[in-house]
Design a protein around this ligand. Sequence first.
Ligand code: GAP
Length: 514
Amino acid sequence: MSNIKPEDFFKNVISHSKEYGFIFPSSEIYDGLGAVYDYGQLGAELKKNIRDYWWKAMVQMNENIVGIDAAIFMHPTTWKASGHVDAFNDPLIDNKDSKKRYRADVLIEEQVAKIEDKINKEVEKAAKRFENFDAAMFKSTNARVKEYQEKIDNINARFKTALNDNNLAEVKQIIVDLEIVCPISGTKNWTDVRQFNLMFSTSMGSVSEEGNTIYLRPETAQGIFVNYLNVQKTGRMKIPFGIAQTGKAFRNEIVARQFIFRMREFEQMEMQFFVKPGTEMEWYDYWKQARLKWHLSLGLGKEKYRFHDHLKLAHYANAAADIEHQFPFGFKELEGIHSRTDFDLKQHEQFSGKKLQYFDPELNQSYVPYVVETSVGLDRLFLSILSSALKEESLEGGDTRSVLSLPPALAPYKAAVFPLVKKDGLPELAESIMKELKFDFMMAYDEKDTVGKRYRRQDAIGTPFCITVDHQSLEDKTVTIRDRDTMKQERVAIDKLHSILSEKTSLQSLLKML
Ligand code: GAP
């Protein structure tokens, strides 16, 4: 979709998802629920296949990584120990006229982005005016650009200090000084800034008292930390080893938009890798590269991924990076790789009063391991794959087609079977082919409309192969198999279909690239 504006393309991704049964707004008949989505019949298949690929790459392919499935509800002290009760906050501000609530940091960042836009426009204008234009030189000498840049530096410095000092009055003052207006009401009538905890809480048991408050987990990682010794002992794991988990996480996101990019209920796929203290940087580098390779194996384009190393680190981390993906709305975080030191395990030792040390037989000593974490959102990964795979192609004769060039191993259906016509015994033969193949592959069957229309439907949902049964099939037991991407057809023996689909659509083809 090269000629289409990014915002229009993103709208297409959302409408395509709905039209073909990938994603629906949650409880749509009641007008939906903000930032909560349901996966439809094809979305559930695609999501399952992505999850399976991650699980196999992490757990099945690594003898020193095992997977668990911890509960969503955890003892409330878990979240005190992890720091989430006290510090998992966003600074919020309300506009008194529109009654809309915003993240104060996002309002400020958006204002900074507007000033950056002005700089870029000045630079573009100058580039058009002057031959041999040197952007760096222009930025350092042009008075207007320098003024903009100083303004940005000043806002950033004030904002950083305000956040570090938890000075919410100063955060509000920055919003006032920048004359930020509410996009809905257009006024500057703001409340004070308050910290808002992102965890959802509920109460356990029949009595709703303060002591019964429990939280819906905001990350899956803590279920791994609290189980690390159970797994290490029962699995006789030796350091370095990893524990992987996939599952739901919940965050009461205030700025929840961009479809399934930022949701209030979402799924994470996390792996905590327990290592000897002092070796964590080696493993951090290893997992950064290993995870990038996993994303690249999907074949969606090397240029769509990049690392963003964090300069400002959370208090428990000694290194952190994001793998960013080029979404339709720009490069954004897809996965985080964090060297979390021994912070979490030490906190759990302190709050539980239980020792969480590992006895290292090689060193003949006990220690609390360091942890390197890989953490990716399954829904965000789904969006990265879907939006990179969706294309609108022009065909000969002025026709166009929507095609979802998903990696075949992840596609909801691996193949569709069509009888050319609904008579002469062709449906019966097509159904017998389906019956054989569906033991091992998700198969679709379609006998409605012209074959051309049936091809288009399968292209739009990403089915990599269409198998057509025609009159010749009755005579020589062959069918045509059409490739979604090249649209080329080949005649093959029916008894070869199983091996063709195995070779081209199994997860093995992706796993072998790692
Ligand atoms: N245990 C570490 C952790 O949770 P994070 O950076 O907060 O780190 C990890 O989240 C990943 O989870 C992100 O890179 C993103 O892919 C996904 N994620 C986080 N918040 C999300 C949300 N509200 N909606 C969808 N995915 C989200």
